[in-house]
Design a protein. Structure first.
Lengths: 621, 789
């Protein structure tokens, strides 16, 4: 508990003073408005840690003038904890449709400073003799004080509630009752007045009759309340609108158990064996009612996902049960984050050219008291003319948030409100203008980015980025390219030569098969011609290669290659002619073999060398 | 596996250029897919669990990265962390390898400057997968240097999913190794590239890459010893060249200077023995260079004379140098080799002398099954890869072989270094597979060509000129030959698989010089079968890798799951405890636990710890170990003297979580006893075993660890049955006098106790236990169960 309520004794003393003062100045204030409360019924709900008081008043104007406002008084200690006050008025005897009345804090002159006054302005002034039904709902936080303030794991939590048995009003009250609903269970003690009754879980005071203005008689009830005292120190609720179709909501909670603090050990064995006895004051889960069609729900904290949660959803609601990592005992706290997405069309609407977001203000978690709620509405980039309408006063300012490739940033409307209770879960609106074209900004940016990247790649690949065209390394590179080119051509020529060799061989084989000497000779002639042609082709290449300064490394090899190839050519031709000759002479195959055997070996060796040279050259390049 | 089959139809210069371009694009696309594969196979942990930092060390790195991203680089260098090693603290900036942190920090900064709102955690989680994609590309480059594009692609694909590397680089495993393996391979690539090209540009890049490696991981000493070894090998085998000089000399000079810039290395770069080999080889290299220079100047006769002269003088100089080196080693601040390095050379060193090193599971020697688990079929392919590296042996392939041999040795010493072996195994297996595919597909092609050749002959057409079919087949044969050569060439040469990449314009000239390759041509059926078998083998490998990635290595170890009939059950106790600590204790409270949980406690709970996973102070750890193995009162006094408010123990007995503190207890006793002799291991042993059942020794049953683990445990089932140990505990009902339970998680896996406040009357000093006259002989624990696995 962050705010420590004043100790009970002091309050009582203060109230006694107040009562004394009140009786002295009764006539004074009665003169201010000639109203009389003919009947006041108060119902106080103490079942949760948020105290709700519903006061039904029947107010009659007995003065001569019409009255347009009704004053409601609260002691300062109560007013400090007042989270919400609403009044509904109905004129006439019969309860008809009631209208909400605007309420504001007033400071009438001549009233005791220990009191805070609210004035409910009537929509229509109350004429003389007329009666008004006034229902006032007041919600108080931090009004249940744990007593004792520290309990052990097995004890249940006892709290104290203080109020006045009589309705505190600046007007005389004719008949009044007070009924207090307790959560059930043990009631330690309560202030006994005449006409006090405790039945079941309801404590009744009254009826009391004819009390003067400002009558106050303190009452205290000390009872057991084990309902979760879930108090959020701070909740940050981020609402991010994406016009691609999603409203993303992220809520960061910092939750504590606001009840009596745990004293001594926490024993898991006790807690596990009998959780509802040994751990009765703790709570282990919270229920959040999310809007229907909520999707992509997550529940985590700063160290990762929390796996203990359950989700039910139907067409009306989505119910999320979140269980913190550990059960919360008095004074323990934890943090977590809930996030979910909502369909855009459910919450963002168009109205005459403007769009507006219509969404609830408070947190979806049930029966939680938020000491400080910050709602941040991040509108899409490029939103203009932002207006906010909230049904209650909030602190409000604007921020800019950068996310997802933003350039100018998203406007963020920040609303801050202390002491938020479920009653504040009202719809609020954020109006803004937004052009749909802006949606395409980020995709276009990405497309442009990648386009430029590819263009840059192409340019880089195609352009010559060397700084100086005269630098030796550049020249060397150019020359080397030339050399490579020449070498490739030379290689091609040699490949052709080798192919010709193969053809000659083939013709010889054909010869041995078919015995067609003429065709064989023709083949040789053709090959010879081709060889010459190739040699002619080779010559300019060789000279240019020789002249190139970059070829010093490769030149000897090429030279060698040329020589070897020529030799090979000669040998081949010689062998070819030998074979053909011997064929013409009709020599036996054996003899032919013998004759060309040595040549054959040489040819094979040369061929090997030529091939290895070719390989070597191709390796160098 | 899917190697791009080229069509041999294209003919002519224009066609082949188009084919080159197509091949280049196909190769790039394959690489991109390999990168995607490497990235996505590591996402199982995110899909099956969540995007969360894993294990222990990554939490520290994550915390450092958070600090860096919040406070900037200068604050980071000057960061003195007072939340750990209380009351000593730790100078983070000077004791951490900053490579990983700076990398992730830079990525985070870059992404956020583009206004993409990624959290530091997300960036950290995905750093490892990103860098494993980089590593597989680096593998491609390195293998391409050694054996050509085909082998490169193969090796990259294998590395992308090798389980050994996956184990250290799944998403969330935010550890140094994740980026270091990339840096390692890339440094090797640049070294080999420099060796092949002799380009000073690559040499400079190599030094920078080495610098990055030094920034990233202590394993950089592997590089600075392996490269000198290779240089020495080249010199000894007469492969000295100016390229070798350029590859090595700048690396030593620039690399050492740059390494000395890293605060954690500093002067160690010149003062510890790990680096001496590089300087020695540097000197040798210069001597050899000088000899080669002189050899060029002199005639062979004169050279011989000079050699004899120089050798006699040189020997004397050598002795002097060796003497100086020995003196340097002896006088260096670490007295020669550091403990971890020594345990590399002598595997039994650590377990003999340094229990804190021996206690880390990663420092145990691996078992045979772990080889099969971690590199799977690669273990069988590697020998084939070695053989093909010797056909022919080039500088690059000899480097790869040397890398493999040394890595095999180191992985045999320390299971953690299996990680260094994995890339070598991948490279060699890639080479082996690529060669095998090469031989088999070529055989098939030759057979097909023969079929084509024969069919016209069989039809009786005896024309001398072969038809276009034979041209094509000859062309393909020629291409095969060429690619065969190219692959053996050390240079950047396209292989058969990607011969579209060939730079030179190939004229389609029939050439039939395939006779010499005839030997390698296998029968059609055999080659088809071989290819099928290889594909099946690859399939098994892929299946195994996916299984390993999905099942074995993706658990974050802070969240445990078990499958039961009702479905998945999640044990999230660690985070439950850390969250409780972080929200419900005072921000300056000190938490004592065994050192394993130090990093996690500081990172997740943000509480000051006494010891953590950076085991730099043995005495401090021994103090905690002593406290854990002392009786309650003595432990309270030790903890109180350390200002400890909470004690955290991990207990698996209720749910059967085996790596809990009772199983680690032997190390607490051993490490504690190593410094404080009143803790005697035999006191805790019954028949050479640590037992906590009825047979347990009274010392064991009275020590703090036992009491904190089993406090009120008997009330869970009435018997106190410990599911990890599989028996009932010895002492069931007892009360705590000096500690009180403040929190126990849902499955009792983490229990947190608070020191009870001091009584009014304080006796004061810790009562020294009377130590017996017997010397505490270290009895080898009979049950050498490794509690870390």
């Amino acid at each position: 508990m962050a705010t420590q309520p004043p100790p009970p004794r002091r309050v009582a003393a203060l109230l006694l003073v107040l009562v004394a003062f009140a009786s002295a100045s009764a006539s004074d204030s009665a003169a201010r408005a000639d109203l009389v409360v003919t009947r006041a019924d108060r119902r106080v709900d103490l079942t949760s840690h948020i105290v709700r008081v519903l006061t039904s008043l029947k107010v009659e104007n007995i003065g001569p003038e019409a009255v347009s406002q009704v004053l409601l008084a609260f002691p300062n200690v109560q007013a400090k904890n007042l989270a919400a006050i609403r009044a509904f008025g109905t004129e006439g005897k019969v309860k008809g449709p009631s209208t909400a009345l605007p309420i504001e804090v007033v400071q009438p002159s001549g009233v005791p400073p220990e009191l805070t006054f609210f004035s409910a302005s009537l929509s229509k002034a109350l004429e003389k003799g007329k009666t008004l039904h006034l229902d006032v709902l007041t919600v108080f936080t931090h009004s249940l004080q744990p007593f004792p303030e520290e309990i052990t794991q097995a004890e249940s939590q006892l709290v104290v509630y203080q109020d006045s048995a009589h309705y505190l009003s600046p007007y005389p009250v004719k008949v009044q009752t007070l009924s207090i609903r307790l959560p059930g269970g043990r009631v330690e003690s309560y202030t006994k007045y005449p006409n006090t009754k405790l039945a079941e879980s309801e404590l009744k005071y009254g009826p009391f009759e004819d009390r003067p203005p400002f009558s106050y008689s303190p009452m205290v009830v000390h009872f057991e309340n084990n309902n979760p005292f879930a108090v959020a120190k701070e909740v940050i609720r981020e609402i991010e609108i994406s016009h691609w179709g999603n409203v993303q909501i992220t809520e960061h909670y910092n939750i504590a158990h606001g009840g009596a603090k745990l004293k001594g050990e926490f024993s898991r064995i006790d807690y596990q064996s009998r959780p509802y006895v040994r751990g009765v004051s703790s709570f282990r889960h919270l229920i959040a009612r999310l809007p229907p069609r909520a999707h992509s729900i997550y529940y985590r904290d700063e160290i990762g996902n929390i796996s203990t949660s359950h989700l039910w959803s139907d067409s009306k609601k989505t119910q999320l049960e979140v269980e913190p990592r550990f059960p919360l005992f008095g004074g323990w706290q934890t943090t977590f984050t809930i996030g979910y997405g909502l369909p855009l069309q459910d919450f963002v609407f168009n109205s005459d050219g403007k769009r507006f977001l219509n969404i609830t203000f408070g947190s979806p978690v049930e029966e939680i008291l938020i000491e400080n709620l910050i709602v941040k509405v991040a509108l899409p980039e490029g939103s203009k003319d932002i207006e906010v309408s909230v049904p209650f006063p909030v602190k409000q300012w604007q921020e800019v948030k950068y996310s997802h490739l933003d350039i100018s940033g998203r406007p963020v409307v920040v609303l801050e409100k202390p002491d938020v209770i479920p009653e504040h879960n009202l719809y609020f609106q954020v109006h803004y203008r937004f052009n749909n074209i802006s949606l395409l900004r980020e995709p276009m940016m990405l497309i442009t980015g990648f386009f430029l990247l590819f263009i840059a790649c192409i340019v880089y690949m195609r352009t010559d980025l060397s700084i100086s065209k005269n630098s030796p390394s550049y020249l060397a590179k150019v020359q080397w390219d030339e050399v490579q080119n020449i070498i490739q051509q030379i290689q091609a020529i040699f490949e052709q030569c080798l192919a010709l060799h193969d053809k000659l061989e083939a013709s010889l084989r054909d010869l041995s098969r078919s015995g067609d000497v003429q065709s064989c000779k023709a083949a040789r002639k053709a090959a010879d011609a081709q060889f010459k042609e190739l040699a002619k082709e080779l010559k300019p290449l060789l000279t240019s290669l020789h002249s190139s300064p970059q070829s010093f490394q490769i030149w000897p090899k090429v030279e060698d290659l040329v020589a070897k190839e020529r030799e090979l050519q000669e040998k081949l031709m010689a062998r070819h002619s030998t074979v053909v000759d011997s064929f013409e002479k009709k020599l036996r195959g054996q003899d032919v073999e013998n004759r060309i055997a040595t040549q054959q070996q040489k040819v094979a060796a040369l061929r090997q060398e030529v091939e290895s040279l070719l390989e070597y050259i191709s390796e160098i390049i | 596996m899917a190697e791009p089959e080229s069509s041999t139809a294209a003919a002519g210069a224009g066609g082949s250029r188009l084919r080159n371009a197509f091949g280049g694009v196909l190769c790039a696309f394959t690489l991109l897919l390999i990168g995607v594969l490497a990235f996505s196979i590591r996402l199982f942990s995110v899909i099956k669990y969540e995007s969360v930092i894993h294990e222990f060390d990554p939490y520290f790195n994550y915390r450092v990265t958070q600090f860096l991203s919040k406070n900037g680089i200068y604050e980071f260098w000057n960061w003195f962390d007072d939340r750990t090693w209380y009351p000593l603290g730790r100078v983070i900036g000077g004791t951490v390898y900053p490579g990983l942190t700076l990398t992730a920090g830079t990525i985070w900064w870059f992404v956020n400057s583009l206004n993409i709102p990624l959290s530091v955690e997300t960036v950290c989680v995905f750093t490892a997968p990103i860098f494993s994609a980089n590593a597989s590309w680096a593998t491609y480059l390195l293998t391409k240097e050694a054996k050509g594009t085909g082998a490169g692609l193969m090796a990259a694909a294998i590395l992308a999913m090798v389980p050994s590397y996956i184990s250290r680089s799944v998403a969330g495993s935010y550890d140094n190794e994740a980026v270091a393996i990339f840096a390692l391979i890339f440094t090797f690539y640049l070294y080999v590239k420099t060796l092949n090209t002799g380009s000073l540009f690559y040499a400079t890049l190599n030094a920078l890459s080495y610098f990055y490696m030094v920034c990233s991981w202590g394993g950089y000493t592997f590089i600075i010893n392996l490269i000198p070894m290779h240089v020495l090998l080249c010199i000894v085998t007469g492969r000295y060249s100016s390229r070798l000089y350029i590859a090595y000399a700048p690396l030593v000079i620039l690399g050492t200077l740059l390494a000395a810039l890293v605060p954690v290395v500093g002067f160690n770069a010149v003062m510890t023995s790990e680096h001496f080999a590089s300087f020695l080889v540097f000197i040798i290299l210069h001597v050899v260079a000088l000899v080669y220079y002189i050899k060029g100047l002199l005639t062979p006769r004169l050279f011989k004379v000079a050699m004899t002269l120089v050798i006699s003088v040189g020997l004397a100089v050598c002795f002097a140098v060796v003497a100086i080196l020995v003196a340097l080693v002896a006088s260096s601040p670490t007295k020669g080799w550091s403990g971890r390095s020594l345990s590399l050379l002598d595997p039994t060193y650590a377990s003999k002398y340094i229990p804190i090193i021996a206690s880390v599971s990663e420092h145990q020697p691996p078992t045979w099954p772990s080889y099969f688990m971690d590199i799977n079929v690669l273990a069988f392919l590697v020998p084939a890869g070695i053989i093909s590296c010797f056909l022919p042996l080039s500088d690059a392939s000899s480097f790869v072989v040397l890398y493999l041999v040394t890595a095999v040795y180191f992985s045999g010493v320390m299971v953690r270094l299996m990680l260094v072996l994995a890339p070598a195994a991948c490279i060699l297996s890639g080479i082996a597979l690529s060669e095998a595919f090469n031989v088999l597909t070529r055989s098939i092609k030759c057979q097909l060509a023969k079929l084509f050749d024969d069919s016209p002959a069989a039809s009786g057409d005896s024309s001398a000129e072969s038809s276009s079919a034979s041209t094509a087949s000859a062309n393909s044969a020629k291409n095969e030959n060429r690619s065969e050569k190219n692959e053996t060439a050390p240079k950047e040469k396209p292989s058969k698989k990607n011969r579209k990449k060939e730079k030179e314009v190939t004229e389609s000239v029939p050439a039939k010089h395939k006779k010499e390759k005839k030997l390698l041509v296998l029968p059609m059926e055999a080659s088809v079968m071989g290819i099928l078998l290889l594909i099946v083998l690859g399939g098994f490998y892929v299946v195994h890798c996916v299984w390993a990635a999905a099942e074995a290595y993706s658990a974050p170890s802070i969240v445990l799951t078990s499958r039961s009939r009702e479905g998945l059950h999640v044990f999230d106790d660690f985070r439950e405890a850390y969250a409780w600590l972080s929200h419900n204790t005072d921000v300056d409270d000190k938490v004592a636990s065994w050192w394993d949980y130090g990093y996690q406690t500081t990172a997740m709970a943000n509480r000051t710890v006494i010891v953590d996973n950076n085991t730099w102070n043995n005495t401090h750890i021994a103090t905690v170990g002593t406290a854990m193995s002392s009786p309650e009162k003595a432990a309270w006094e030790i903890f109180n003297s350390l200002d400890v408010k909470y004690v955290l123990v991990v207990f698996g007995g209720l749910v059967g979580y085996p790596s809990d503190d009772i199983n680690k207890f032997l190390w607490m006793v051993r490490i504690g006893g190593g410094v404080f002799p009143h803790i005697k291991e035999p006191d805790y042993l019954r028949d050479g075993n640590y037992r906590v059942d009825a047979q347990a020794t009274p010392t064991m049953l009275n020590c703090l660890m036992y009491k904190l683990c089993y406090y009120r445990f008997v009330e869970t089932d009435g018997k106190g049955f410990d599911r990890v140990r599989g028996y009932e505990i010895g002492k069931k009902h007892f009360k705590l006098t000096h500690f009180e339970e403040v929190f126990t998680t849902h499955h009792w896996m983490v229990r947190i106790y608070k020191l009870k406040p001091q009584k009014n009357r304080v006796r004061g000093k810790l009562k020294k236990l009377k130590s017996g006259s017997k010397t505490s002989s270290t009895i080898a624990a009979g049950r050498k169960k490794n509690p870390w696995q």
